[in-house]
Design a protein around this ligand. Structure first.
Ligand SMILES: Cc1cc2nc3c(=O)[nH]c(=O)nc-3n(C[C@H](O)[C@H](O)[C@H](O)COP(=O)(O)OP(=O)(O)OC[C@H]3O[C@@H](n4cnc5c(N)ncnc54)[C@H](O)[C@@H]3O)c2cc1C
Length: 586
């Protein structure tokens, strides 16, 4: 075990950075800072393990987990980067995400098999993605932060925060007091610092308008068993082995199974119903009853939930969207989930958080060294987080419009799928750079265009396409064109842009095929040779095929090493009845 060196001063009360909240963001940042010599205090009002939402990853998020671990020397964070790594490291309670599936429903009618679409995630070694069982993942990360040297205080209520010219005084309900040079608000929606400074926008400026009811269920039937055989819908990856999105006019539902892998030991499924209240006004019913009445309207949904029972209380929200005026202020920074939220659609929350940590961590490490915590140093994070949320809001608000017609959805979701590719491969470029240059890597370019923005939103060619497609959705919303006209025009602008990768086939198809290892080579080649100039110049230049091959070899070695260790331990237990825990090298 690396010797921890991020704890407080000798008095145990003075720190460089105090982080309020030990969710996934607070603990990852805490682990990174402590590992890199920043005296770090992590304060949590509750205690782990505890329920948390935000379970579905996307490739950009998992690549960022990988990058953070490599860049800052905390490989435990990289262990969140694929399902198999999570299974080996955190445990068997998380689920596998082999795809994003979208199934369209009509009120009172059987589901039409061909009204479904899918974007598979990557196969090993870069995937598959994961359904994080957050209570276990967050508890694991808190342990990592503590092992790396952060001082952890759970069940600690901070009752006052006093920001002065040279630092911040924290006072707690139990009478304890701490001092820190800088405070990070990682308190999620409760956001203590945002509340203290009155940073919330009232009302929010976001376009998206939705509310949510969600819980964890037992007994949800795999959707593959609720619809006809695979030949009917024609999607390549089983719908229950990924994040399933049920779509309908004015809303959508997530179904995130944790029990969808042969090694799964968790029988639960996360389910959330998200509704635009302007289309589906609040009923005033208890959440369970509202949910049951809603699914009863859609035969395939009713079937999926006929034997399902919630195993914890429902969470029923008012409007989900909130936003704030600033991310960064004098001696503080809000983590993205303390700053704003749009909607769970497309699972962008964790990606925005990891991107912000990537930008914040090195600045805090430098600030600790030179004592300069000036606000300007952190302002690029303010701009980036705001832009990322603005992009997600544009994407999601149009998606709620597209939910009303399958053809329109099938066209619009391709715009998001392209963003996923450019966002993901942009992060892979930084990973390729680290794999090539190691500690000498220059990361500054990856905060800038075309890589900096979430989901390719800093790539001019992509944003030109996005804007044109969004205009078609707006034209449909304003009843200037029909849904099929808007869909046709979106396909036309995609084709015109030449951004749709040739190895994916036609953008009009409902899915681009699976992304197994043999399919990654042609995609990389397309980016290097056949894509428009802006793509060729920036992507698949640093992260190349040999890195994929090396990652594949590492993945096999890790799995074999893991299995071998278990078999050896079992054998030893048979013979000697003990193992040598104290020899663990990690
Ligand atoms: C309904 C919903 C669904 C979502 N689904 C997804 C998804 O599928 N994929 C995705 O990427 N993102 C999703 N998100 C976003 C995701 O949940 C967040 O991005 C992520 O959880 C943020 O992590 P965090 O650590 O910042 O905050 P949290 O996980 O909320 O943790 C905050 C922690 O701070 C503690 N805390 C609060 N106040 C204080 C205080 N005053 N002092 C000390 N501690 C405090 C809390 O107890 C908690 O432990 C979803 C969000 C919502 C609302």
């Amino acid at each position: 075990m690396t010797r921890p060196h991020g704890g407080g001063a000798m008095d145990g009360k003075t720190f460089d950075v105090a982080i309020l909240g030990t969710g996934i963001a607070g603990s990852i940042l805490g682990a990174i800072l402590a590992k890199n010599g920043v005296r770090t205090l992590l304060v949590e009002q509750g205690s782990h393990p505890r329920f948390a939402i935000g379970e579905s990853t996307v490739p950009e998020t998992t690549f960022l987990f990988r990058l953070l671990g490599m860049r800052y020397g905390v490989p435990e964070i990289s262990q969140l980067s694929t399902y198999n790594r999570v299974r080996r490291t955190v445990g068997t309670t998380s689920g596998v995400k082999r795809n994003f599936s979208f199934v369209f429903h009509r009120d009172g009618e059987p589901q039409r098999a061909h009204e479904s679409s899918q974007l598979p995630t990557l196969s090993p070694p870069m995937g598959p993605d994961v359904h994080l069982f957050r209570q276990d993942v967050d508890a694991y990360l808190l342990g990592v932060a503590a092992a790396r040297g952060a001082v952890v205080r759970q069940r600690t209520d901070v009752t006052s925060l006093d920001f002065g010219a040279s630092g911040v005084e924290l006072k707690c309900r139990d009478g304890s007091a701490f001092r820190a040079s800088y405070v990070v608000d990682a308190g999620g929606v409760q956001a203590p610092v945002a509340k203290l400074f009155g940073l919330r926008e009232q009302p929010t400026t976001m376009r998206t308008h939705s509310r949510s009811i969600f819980t964890h269920f037992h007994g949800v039937t795999p959707f593959d068993a609720c619809i006809g055989p695979r030949e009917g819908h024609g999607l390549p990856s089983p719908l229950s082995q990924g994040t399933l999105h049920h779509l309908f006019h004015g809303g959508w539902m997530w179904v995130i199974p944790f029990d969808n892998h042969p090694s799964s030991t968790n029988r639960l499924t996360s389910v959330g119903l998200n509704l635009d209240p302007r289309v589906h006004p609040p009923t005033g019913l208890p959440a369970e009853e509202e949910f049951r009445r809603f699914v009863a309207r859609y035969p395939a949904l009713a079937k999926q939930f006929e034997n399902a029972h919630p195993i914890r209380e429902w969470v029923s929200t008012d409007r989900l969207q909130f936003s704030s005026t600033r991310v960064v202020g004098d001696r503080y920074c809000l983590m993205p989930h303390a700053f704003a939220f749009v909607d769970p659609l497309f699972s962008s929350g964790l990606g925005i958080s990891m991107g912000a940590i990537n930008m914040l961590a090195w600045r805090l490490i430098e600030a600790k060294k030179d004592g300069d915590y000036s606000t300007e140093r952190f302002m690029p994070i303010d701009a980036r987080v705001k832009r990322n949320f603005a992009h997600v809001d544009r994407l999601v608000s149009r998606s709620y419009v597209a939910f009303s017609d399958f053809e329109l959805w099938n066209a619009w979701y391709k715009i998001w799928a392209l963003g996923t590719i450019f966002g993901g491969t942009g992060t892979l470029e930084a990973i390729g750079e680290v794999l090539t240059h190691g500690a000498g890597t220059r990361f500054e370019p990856y905060e800038l265009a075309p890589f900096g923005g979430l989901q390719g939103s800093d790539l001019p060619e992509y944003m030109a396409l996005f804007d044109r497609a969004a205009a078609e959705i707006d034209a449909y919303a304003e009843k200037r064109v029909s849904a099929s006209q808007a869909a046709e025009r979106i396909f036309a602008v995609i084709e015109e842009s030449r951004l749709w990768p040739a190895p994916w086939g036609s953008p009009r198809a409902r899915h681009p095929g699976v992304f197994t290892l043999p399919k990654v080579g042609p995609l990389i080649q397309w980016m290097q040779r056949d894509a428009p100039q802006g793509i060729r110049d920036a992507y698949a230049r640093r992260f190349v095929l040999r890195h994929v091959v090396k990652m594949a070899a590492d993945e096999w070695a890790s799995e074999l090493g893991y299995a071998g260790k278990l078999v050896t331990t079992l054998g030893r237990d048979f013979v000697t009845g003990y193992n040598r825990d104290w020899d663990r090298a990690d």
